[in-house]
Ligand binder design. Structure first.
Ligand code: UN1
Length: 517
């Protein structure tokens, strides 16, 4: 395992060096089955957050003209695709799964290079796209509807799923292949056509996924890729009158703008947004296990997961022991380029992220008055000089209402909060505007079930961290995290299909519902 990781790391570093010397590649949008530049001809650069001198590629800076072309292509392909039997659509998706497996190592290296996370985690992201593809493609032979008795004799009633139509998908940079797959694969198996715009920080991983779709044989126009920024390409998708559905993952603030725009034009809108997830550690917990979970949940992906463990509520009886161990282990984490095998914590995504995260570290120390117990520095010297590196950071003695305990930081920062009881811990845990993921470490099954019942979140773990959702269970959250939808699982089908209720009257006469019995 360690050997494989080392070999992967070595390959990936070589790839980076080789490509840096060669000319920077210019990538294209994928519209109507053709790879084409944006109509304006303008591009933006995809930069490695571990080394900002490493330009990965130039991608089209798309505008509404490109989005219009992509939507027209999706419109032209829609009837052909929705009339393709679902098991045939699924066959293409199973082929896609094989292509993703074949290219996993390359996609993983590309992802670490553009997103920064360590190779093992980038590999997990690609694996999640593979899992999603195989699991969801199986729906091609299910997509279950139902039959039900009708009120009157000689009458048959049933319900079937129909595709919603043309979908606009807007995806974030933190899971640049997994999250696009969560949206694209169900959209496709259900018979929709789509336009996807990946985050400007990580277009290559989605490009790789779309290229694999082409290779798998998805017909021209069914999948369209438009790269660019939210203000132009993203807004053009959100506001396009022909896109029946917008599926967005990103910040709660942007999600609100997307939701308002969709409300204006009666579009279906599915949102996955922020989190302020919590681990509760009770006095009867296996403390070493809880430490492992806290480190993994808080600092995996440099804390840049919606599911990151950004709060740890710890019972007073074990608070000192837990905090001391957490601080010691956090200080030992090795920050560096995610492509190097020895790295535990990679860079954060960009300069704005550094500003925001360092701003919160400042707030934690000054405005909030919590204790900065580990980390806290922006690393800028030596091997860190050309990247966006922040030390894994632990605040202790945090009060539940402090800003660092309430607001989503989306970086390698966690807040340890003391508590005196399970009831109080649950109250603190629920006392934020978000409701994505929560966990409890305890050896008491009654406490585990109590917390499970009382935590108002979309995801709950027992004796495990707040991260690590699997693709065959629904993913999403309550309150400001979402708007009631769930991705993944079979529940995602409720986003990408609409129900059609069908009545067949074979009595040969007029039968009036609610009137004739
Ligand atoms: C996200 O943070 O946006 O459960 C997605 C997890 C991953 C998915 C995270 N499987 O942490």
């Amino acid at each position: 395992m360690a050997q494989a990781k080392k070999a992967l790391a070595k390959n990936s570093l070589r790839r980076v060096q080789r490509t840096t010397r060669a000319a920077v590649k210019t990538y294209h949008n994928y519209i109507g089955g053709k790879w084409i530049p944006s109509e304006s001809g303008e591009v933006f650069e995809n930069i490695n957050p571990a080394d900002t001198e490493d330009v990965i590629g130039r991608f089209p800076l798309s505008t509404s003209a490109d989005v219009n072309a992509a939507v027209n292509a999706a419109q032209g392909a829609f009837d052909g695709w929705r009339n393709t039997p679902a098991p045939r659509r699924a066959e293409i998706l199973f082929r896609l799964g094989e292509i993703l497996i074949r290219n996993k190592e390359k996609y993983t290296a590309d992802m670490t290079r553009e997103m920064g996370k360590v190779l093992t985690e980038a590999g997990g992201d690609v694996q999640e796209a593979i899992d999603c593809t195989y699991y969801t493609a199986g729906e091609g032979r299910r997509l279950h509807g139902f039959t039900t008795p009708a009120e009157m004799p000689d009458k048959f009633a049933m319900c079937v799923r129909q595709p919603v139509g043309l979908c606009g998908l807007i995806t974030p940079w933190n899971f640049p292949m997994a999250i696009p797959s969560w949206k694209m694969i169900p959209a496709l198996v259900c018979g929709n056509t789509l336009v996807i715009k990946p985050a400007e920080d990580t277009p290559l991983s989605t490009y790789n996924l779309v290229q694999a779709c082409e290779e798998a044989g998805i017909p021209p126009g069914v999948v369209n890729l438009v790269t660019g920024y939210g203000e132009n390409a993203g807004a053009a998708i959100t506001n396009h009158p022909s896109l029946r559905l917008i599926s967005f993952t990103g910040s709660t603030e942007t999600g609100r703008i997307v939701a308002s725009a969709c409300a204006e034009r009666n579009a279906i809108c599915s949102l996955e947004m922020g989190g302020k997830n919590v681990i509760i550690v009770m006095e009867d917990a296996d403390i070493d296990l809880a430490i492992e979970g806290a480190l993994w949940g808080a600092f995996g992906t440099s804390g840049q997961r919606c599911t990151a463990s950004s709060r740890i509520v710890v019972h007073k009886k074990v608070y000192k022991q837990f905090s001391n161990k957490l601080v010691e282990r956090t200080r030992a984490l090795r920050v560096g380029n995610g492509a190097a095998a020895k790295t535990d914590v990679g860079p954060v995504i960009n300069a704005d992220a550094v500003r925001k995260i360092m701003g919160y570290i400042d707030i934690g120390q000054n405005e909030d008055g919590a204790t900065l117990a580990a980390g806290g520095k922006h690393l800028t010297k030596g091997e860190y000089a050309r990247g966006y590196y922040i030390e894994p950071t632990v605040f202790t003695d945090v009060a539940p209402d402090m800003r660092i305990a309430q607001e989503e930081i989306f970086g390698p920062v966690t807040a340890v909060i003391p508590t005196k009881s399970l009831d109080e811990a649950v109250e603190i845990a629920n006392g934020v505007r978000y409701g994505l993921s929560a966990s409890i470490y305890t050896s008491d099954v009654n406490r585990a079930f109590r917390a499970m019942a009382d935590m108002y979140t979309g995801i709950f773990y027992v004796n495990a961290s707040t991260i690590g959702a699997e693709v065959h269970l629904p993913f999403g959250g309550t309150k400001a995290t979402g708007n009631g939808h769930r991705e993944a699982g079979t529940q995602v089908l409720d986003i990408f299909t609409e129900w059609k209720s069908i009545y067949v009257d074979y009595s040969g006469k007029l039968q009036r519902a609610q009137i004739d019995s």
